[in-house]
Design a protein around this ligand. Structure first.
Ligand code: GLC
Length: 496
């Protein structure tokens, strides 16, 4: 039950749109905060100010200058000095956002991830947030810490700051978007006897032991509640197949784990209005999608033909995304079927090489762009017939939800959030809204694509399918209320 008490909720993450975004996490942090705000809550965000967040372009005001963040190192660097700035209302974003500034660890770094001292950058964020809140006039009832980079916030709250009169009153949620990344030293790289138990005190910032901690494990152990981004994934992580070595800890904590499906912003993803779509359309004039398809084919240098079955992949090119399945069938698929594929995303060179070669072999059928582009996907969803997402695992997946909003039919593997959002097409009953395969096998993917291609050729059935796809509702409305109910219960428990 959602009651009327307005909660103050602080999301802490390494990414948040529109300021810093490398994947789905950045989108979710922003769009969930926005939905909570629409439900009348005071939601805010805190993240580092990376070099890419330019104060000349993003209006911000100094909130706290010279914050001394203790490092626990007795030697030369007992503190790291930070500033906290706050976004100003006239910015495009309507969520108040705090930026943690530190010259060495954030302002000089152009990228969000990928530095050898990332563990120092993230411990500074974890502790910097808590130190800031001691001084800030605004105190949250709830902190939502997302993914491993913030896994030490729960740990600090329940140890170092356990008796702090202000901080000890805050309810702490640990939100898992992706388990594969657990710190600088994921469990899969460590022998069982050397794995972090989570019980040792957090070492000082510059102690090499810091890089050995499992930050996800600590986030789970010390938080009040753990959330994951889909109901199915919250069950999958209890099994060795999906837990990345953490099933024991998840099973011990299963009573506090909740799976809530991600949503998307229905205003930003809107085929009737998207500024990134040359031809707008809605469910009543689906014929217009063809014009977007031709535009898209032209943009990627493919022969322009509205009749061709056009597939798209919009994804990080990593193991998680099942690109290896495609690798094994790509030749037979494109040799035998008159279909086209366009691919957008950056990632591992092995997969880029594979797609490059395939494109050389089938220049009229396969094209790619190895970039992260936040705008181009709207055109791709609006013009392509089907989206390929054969993930090995998928905590939720945002792309298939966006694709569905635009009537781009998803072809997915039955795992995690994909399983919660796409129902397999049944030609006899004319039901379902995508093509789903179960086993992580290349042949299974091939069959799913062939089924989709067959259905595409039955124009009337395909049109009905698109309509069903577009009618699905994955806006944040429902999920944001589920989060709020959990936050309210926790806040009440913390402040009876
Ligand atoms: C991660 C997951 C993805 C999820 C996203 C946002 O990127 O891999 O499945 O949708 O986080 O929660």
């Amino acid at each position: 039950m959602v009651n009327n008490k307005k909660l103050r909720i602080l999301f802490v993450a390494s990414e948040a749109a529109p300021f810093a975004k490398a994947g789905g996490l950045g989108d979710v942090v922003y769009s969930l905060s926005l939905s909570l705000k629409k439900l009348g809550q005071d939601a805010r965000i805190m993240l580092p100010r990376y070099a890419s967040i330019d104060p000349k372009k993003v209006k911000m005001k100094m909130e706290l200058r010279g914050l001394k963040v203790p490092t626990d190192q007795p030697g030369d660097y007992p503190f790291l000095i930070c500033n906290v700035k706050k976004s100003q209302e006239e910015n495009k974003t309507v969520i108040p956002t705090y930026f943690l500034e530190n010259m060495e660890y954030y302002e000089k770094r152009a990228n969000v991830y990928g530095y050898s001292d990332d563990h120092i950058r993230w411990i500074l964020l974890c502790r910097g947030v808590l130190e800031f809140l001691k001084f800030s006039n605004w105190k949250p009832n709830i902190i939502v810490a997302s993914d491993w980079q913030t896994g030490l916030i729960p740990n600090y709250l329940k140890t170092t700051y356990e008796k702090d009169p202000v901080l000890s009153k805050i309810g702490i949620i640990f939100a898992i978007h992706n388990l594969q990344y657990q710190g600088m030293c994921d469990f899969k790289f460590v022998q069982e006897s050397e794995r972090d138990s989570g019980k040792e005190p957090i070492p000082d910032f510059f102690n090499p032991r810091l890089a050995k901690l499992n930050w996800i494990l600590r986030g789970v152990i010390y938080s009040d509640i753990v959330t994951t981004v889909s109901p199915t994934y919250s069950k999958e992580i209890l099994t060795p197949e999906y837990s990345e070595g953490l099933d024991k800890i998840f099973n011990e904590n299963r009573g506090k784990i909740f799976g809530i499906l991600n949503g998307i912003d229905y205003e930003e993803n809107n085929p009737e209005k998207s500024p990134h779509l040359p031809i707008k359309y809605d469910i009543k004039n689906l014929g217009k999608r063809k014009e977007n398809k031709i535009f898209l084919q032209k943009k990627f240098g493919l022969p322009e033909n509205g009749k061709n079955f056009l597939l798209t992949i919009i994804s990080r090119l990593t193991d998680q995304k099942g690109i290896e399945l495609l690798e094994q069938i790509i030749d037979s698929l494109f040799k035998n079927l008159p279909i086209q594929l366009i691919c957008l995303g950056d990632g591992e060179s092995r997969y880029k090489e594979m797609l490059k070669k395939a494109s050389e072999k089938f220049p009229d059928k396969i094209r790619y762009l190895f970039e992260f582009d936040p705008q181009l996907p709207h055109l791709m969803f609006g013009g392509a017939d089907a989206l390929l997402m054969p993930s090995k695992f998928e905590p939720c997946g945002i792309t298939q939800i966006q694709a569905m909003r635009y009537g781009c039919v998803p072809i997915v593997r039955k795992t995690g959030g994909l399983s919660d959002t796409v129902q397999d097409f049944n030609p006899l009953k004319n039901e379902g809204d995508g093509f789903v395969f179960v086993n992580y096998e290349p042949l299974d993917l091939l069959i799913a694509i062939a089924r989709a291609y067959t259905c595409y050729n039955f124009t009337a059935q395909w049109k009905q399918l698109i309509k069903r796809v577009m009618k699905k509702d994955f806006s944040w409305k429902k999920s944001a209320k589920e989060y709020l109910a959990i936050f309210q219960q926790l806040s009440q428990k913390k402040n009876p």
